[in-house]
Design a protein around this ligand. Structure first.
Ligand code: C5P
Length: 310
């Protein structure tokens, strides 16, 4: 049956759902956003992707996903976009990574209602759609008692997108290949961050097409070393993303946002992933709040304060 995409309020927060839960369990999870503390594009590959070397950290802030089995074989996705300061995107359900993830694993005849609360903006470099897909694989695996191994889930995740396997790790990681080869990195600490998403978004494919392949090599290992020593200030000075110049060429707001954030304080300022969101690495929560307040008063876009998950 063709999946439906509807916009609705989130029934798991409504009282009558309590009764339903007793009969058919609802599974739910946070689908965290990520930032790239370093990203280097090493070269173009024959398959159209780019070889990268990047350090990614998951955040304590993200989308919420809930899933409940149905009696029929329909997959119904209900998306709540109200937390985002943007028009609701017109999106075919088949294109949504959550539906594509569930279609990959659902047994014949199984159906589900899925609720997605979007807080992480699309076209931002924050991994929102990829994280939703990873969360759907994890929840679907439990809901339908499939017992798919971590290795199998990672293969399916990589088919859905380069960033999706990272969100199955649930920890900071260095990612190579097209982003799907992961090495977990421990001990980075929980970092105080301000995230700013300009109103304009950027297409990942478009930014990679304009990537500067001769860019300055980010000092990824040095960033890991400084963070593991607890020297956030030194790490902040080493953050680098070789996709940023391409993104600034495609979207003026990226350069302007980073410029204003640099003037606002903090120890590191960078675009995340392929943009257009930028972030500030801060010494503490108080500094993060001050920078977020200034970013809001300058109307740079939507602003969040959060922390990385160590
Ligand atoms: O893997 P994903 O579907 O998220 O990638 C979206 C697009 O971004 C790809 O089609 C490709 O054009 C570009 N990309 C790339 N190199 C990567 C990751 C993504 O060129 N390592």
């Amino acid at each position: 049956m063709r999946p439906l995409l509807t916009r609705s309020t989130h029934p798991i927060f409504q009282r009558e759902t309590q009764t339903v839960v007793a009969v058919r369990p609802t599974l739910s999870t946070l689908a965290p956003a990520k930032i790239n503390l370093c990203l280097e594009v090493l070269g173009r590959r024959d398959d159209g992707y780019h070889e990268i070397d990047t350090l990614m950290v998951p955040l304590a802030w993200g989308d919420s996903l809930a899933i409940r089995p149905r009696d029929d074989d329909a997959l119904h996705l209900h998306v709540d976009w109200r937390a985002l300061d943007m028009p609701t995107p017109r999106l075919a359900a088949e294109d949504n990574l959550v539906i594509r993830a569930l279609e990959k694993i659902r047994p014949a005849g199984a159906g589900a209602d899925v609720w997605l609360i979007k807080r992480v903006p699309p076209e931002a470099g924050l991994g929102g759609g990829s994280s939703d897909a990873a969360a759907a694989l994890r929840l679907g695996n439990r809901l339908w008692n499939l017992r798919l191994s971590d290795a199998r889930l990672k293969v399916l995740a990589a088919e859905l997108g380069s960033d999706v396997p990272f969100f199955l790790e649930e920890s900071a990681a260095r990612a190579t290949g097209r982003g799907e080869r992961l090495q977990v990195v421990d001990g980075l600490g929980s970092l105080h961050l301000v995230i700013v998403k300009p109103p304009q978004g950027l297409s990942t494919a478009e930014v990679f097409r304009h990537a500067d392949l001769g860019g300055r090599a980010p000092k990824l290992e040095s960033v890991i070393d400084r963070l593991q020593r607890g020297d956030v200030t030194a790490a902040g000075g080493l953050l680098a993303n070789t996709l940023q110049s391409a993104a600034e060429t495609l979207c003026d707001a990226v350069g302007r946002t980073c410029y204003e954030l640099r003037r606002s304080g903090g120890v590191g300022h960078l675009m995340t992933g392929s943009g257009s969101a930028c972030f500030v690495l801060c010494r503490n929560q108080q500094e993060a709040r001050g920078i977020a307040g200034r970013a809001r008063s300058l109307r740079l876009g939507q602003v969040w304060t959060t922390r990385s998950v160590a």
